[in-house]
Design a protein around this ligand. Structure first.
Ligand code: ATP
Length: 317
């Protein structure tokens, strides 16, 4: 089943086109929407929630039409907004129970679901303290809890790692991953940071200036290359282990490049197994320690820079 589908979706403000004929289909799972500030991410979420009308085109969420069925969509979907929107004087429990009641849960179910959800996001101990005294990370967790409390089929998370330190970011990304793996709730999460979506999402949609740049599975983005990354330790006998290995592999006829302590060795086609053996034997012969030998993977940032270069090339032509 397609969770989200848009067809030539556009949103024009008087001075700016926030979405420009966006056509995309999203399946169940964790999907990352990546784009720079102003790319149109929040605008898309607001249209998908039925909160803001599109200028042109159509969109469905869980098979429901955004232009007609906004309230039915919002019953089935959770939303974690980007900006701080929490009342400072109430506790996490009071706030999340209130949001659960607003979503139509009866009082007892609202209390039970609130306790479960706050436990899931790691706020159980602090749940009776006023939100005003919470750290940014705790506030983000309250926003996540209120998006999950009514047991939606899908959640929209708008920049959930905003303002978090590296540890808080990792924790939040782990929580997001578990929303789908533990509860089967599909996730549509936005970020301007490529690396975090690469780790968290099954599928990635990239937009820029409201236009679709690419939509594909994360493994397609980061697909393994035919290059082998090799890193070795130095020894007393061979103080420049990388240099010695580089020389030995060149002499063995392999094509390679060095980047700091990492050697990138071409291992394409039928010769790939032989290349692995040659590297292994050379490392053993030099008496070096092998830190890693693995297929190098693309990083999403490289896919972007390739794309930029292609764009630049065609513009110039
Ligand atoms: N209500 C509005 N009126 C006029 N322009 C708007 C409005 N909302 C958004 N825009 C413009 O539409 C473009 C896309 O904004 P949007 O908030 O969707 O981007 P975003 O990708 O979510 O970025 P950010 O992460 O900075 O929020 C921006 O140029 C923004 O200034």
């Amino acid at each position: 089943m397609t969770v989200i589908a848009t067809e030539s979706l556009s949103k024009r403000f008087p001075r700016v086109t926030a979405l420009d004929r966006l056509t995309v289909g999203i399946e169940p799972g964790v999907t990352g929407l990546v784009g720079a500030n102003g790319a149109g991410k929040s605008t898309l979420i607001k249209i998908l929630l039925g909160l803001s009308p599109a200028t042109e085109g159509t969109a469905t969420v869980l098979g429901l039409d955004v232009s007609r069925d906004g309230s039915a969509i919002r019953e089935r979907v959770g939303y974690m907004p980007e900006h701080d929107c929490l009342p400072p004087d109430v506790s996490a429990t009071e706030f999340v129970v209130h949001m659960a009641r607003m979503s139509g849960l009866p009082p007892t179910a609202a209390r039970e679901r609130t306790a479960d959800t706050l436990r899931h996001v790691g706020l159980y101990e602090e749940r009776y303290r006023p939100i005003g005294g919470y750290s940014t990370g705790m506030k983000q967790r309250v926003k996540l809890a209120q998006a999950l409390v009514h047991d939606p089929q899908l959640v929209f998370l708008d920049e959930p790692t905003n303002g978090l330190d590296p540890v808080g970011r990792d924790d939040m990304l782990g929580l997001i991953r578990r929303i789908y793996s533990d509860f089967g709730i599909s996730v549509f999460v936005t970020s301007h940071l490529l690396g975090e979506l690469e780790r968290t999402s099954d599928h990635i949609v990239v937009i820029d200036g409201g236009k679709l740049l690419r939509s594909s599975s994360t493994s397609d983005f980061t697909g393994a290359t035919t290059t082998l990354a090799v890193e070795v330790t130095d020894t007393d006998a061979t103080p420049d282990g990388t240099g010695a290995l580089r020389k030995a592999l060149s002499e063995a006829g392999l094509s390679l490049q060095a980047d700091g302590h990492v050697l990138y060795v071409e291992a394409a086609g039928d010769q790939a197994d032989d290349t692995y053996d040659t590297v292994r034997d050379a490392v053993a012969e030099l008496g070096l320690g092998l830190v890693r030998m693995e297929q190098r993977r693309h990083r999403i940032a490289e896919v972007f820079s390739d794309h930029d270069q292609q764009q630049g090339g065609s513009d110039a032509a």
